[in-house]
Design a protein around this ligand. Structure first.
Ligand code: XIL
Length: 365
């Protein structure tokens, strides 16, 4: 009898030990449900940010390059490629067996200027094919999923008149996905955009997915960027979009999650990187520290959002934060330059914020 009691106690000890270990990091905690990732910047890729590197390895099982694989940087000229940082990026992910994402092949922003001056449809198609074959082809079998087309939609769900649309017409999307599939048939292919959790724009994204599928063209997932704020969008909109996209037969990914805590100029919503506004003290209310009350609101907002991700964990494949710690965030410079924002789970000293603890302790029900 004594022995039996000892055994039970011992087993209990073992179980609690395993549970504690699984819950001591984000990737461990969410492993049964979905991948957890972050975007990585040049300092993290090159190794200058050693603290950042360690934290990424500890907390994440997937990474996305914040900038280094964008057209402007990886192929600044028709005959000039720069693979130095992209090569290091992919090696970084492989070293820790992470799911390595490619971002992004066809996008109107951060585009090389030689592409912007092309006016002939055949020439544009060739440039696109060449770009996809060369960049994606270099990492064939190593980058496991690519954002093939980024931000092709207007807010009303119609197609944005990007340079690709203007020169090649609406079929440029199908062509991009075809070229990508030909280049690496095993790679997952995604459509990625902001605000596609909102009803009108969501219809546009659903149409892209359905049109591709109708022609038998591979598309595996949709990336909802997730540049959100403390109130917007509603949990209902987020939930409905997860349901709608899953019903259209694709994996749902939250690909660029961050939650601004600063005032929004002109009630701006979204993530158009070309928008910029004048700064003022009113627009930058926390230059020195995040007030505790706002830290609490941020934690609550992350909790509400992750509750809905957990509820639909069968549909959600990955949640990637757009930056590791607050100091890294692009939201310190967009849409107003020189502000101090606090949108992520770790503070500028790489210390976990309240939101981190909340997500670590969240129960599934
Ligand atoms: C941002 C980067 O974070 C910045 O460093 C860069 O200056 C501009 O782009 N949607 C996207 C991302 O798909 O690539 C953007 O990243 C943010 C909005």
């Amino acid at each position: 009898m004594k022995k039996l009691v000892g055994f039970i106690v011992f087993t209990g000890g073992l179980i609690s030990c395993v549970t504690a270990q699984q819950s001591s990091t984000l990737k461990g905690k969410y492993k049964p449900y979905f991948k957890i990732g972050t975007s990585v910047n040049s300092a993290q890729i090159e190794g200058g940010d050693t603290k950042g590197r360690l934290l990424i390895t500890k907390q994440c099982n997937t990474i996305t390059p914040e900038n280094v694989l964008k057209w402007q940087l990886v192929q600044p000229e028709a005959t000039k490629y720069d693979f130095k940082l992209p090569d290091q990026y992919v090696a970084l992910g492989e070293k820790d067996s992470m799911f390595v994402v490619g971002h992004t092949l066809v996008w109107h922003s951060q585009l090389a200027s030689y592409v912007e001056s092309i006016t002939d449809p055949n020439q544009m198609e060739k440039a696109m094919q060449e770009h996809i074959k060369t960049v994606m082809g270099r990492y064939k079998g190593r980058i496991k999923g690519w954002d093939v087309v980024n931000e092709a939609l207007n807010e009303d769900g119609t197609l944005r008149e990007s340079v690709f649309y203007k020169v090649m017409g609406p079929d440029y999307i199908k062509k991009a996905f075809r070229f990508a599939h030909e280049t690496d048939p095993a790679c997952e292919l995604y459509y990625n955009d902001y605000n596609i959790e909102l009803k009108e724009k969501r219809q546009g994204a659903l149409k892209i997915i359905k049109d591709l599928k109708a022609e038998g063209i591979r598309i595996d997932g949709v990336g909802i960027q997730g540049h959100w704020n403390l109130q917007w969008p509603s949990i209902e909109e987020i939930e409905q979009s997860i349901i709608d996209y899953a019903s259209a037969g694709v994996k749902v990914m939250i690909t660029e999650l961050d939650i601004t805590v600063l005032p929004n100029p002109w009630d701006l919503k979204g993530a158009d990187v070309n928008q910029n506004f004048e700064g003022s003290p009113f627009m930058n209310p926390y230059p020195n520290a995040l007030p505790d009350s706002v830290d609490v609101l941020l934690a609550k907002r992350y909790e509400d959002i992750f509750k809905v991700f957990l509820k639909h964990q069968d549909k959600v494949d990955r949640v990637t934060f757009w930056g590791l710690q607050d100091g890294d965030s692009w939201l310190n410079g967009w849409p107003i330059k020189g502000r101090t924002n606090y949108p992520l789970l770790f503070d500028r000293n790489y210390r976990p914020k309240k939101a981190y603890q909340t997500l670590l302790n969240l129960s599934k029900k």
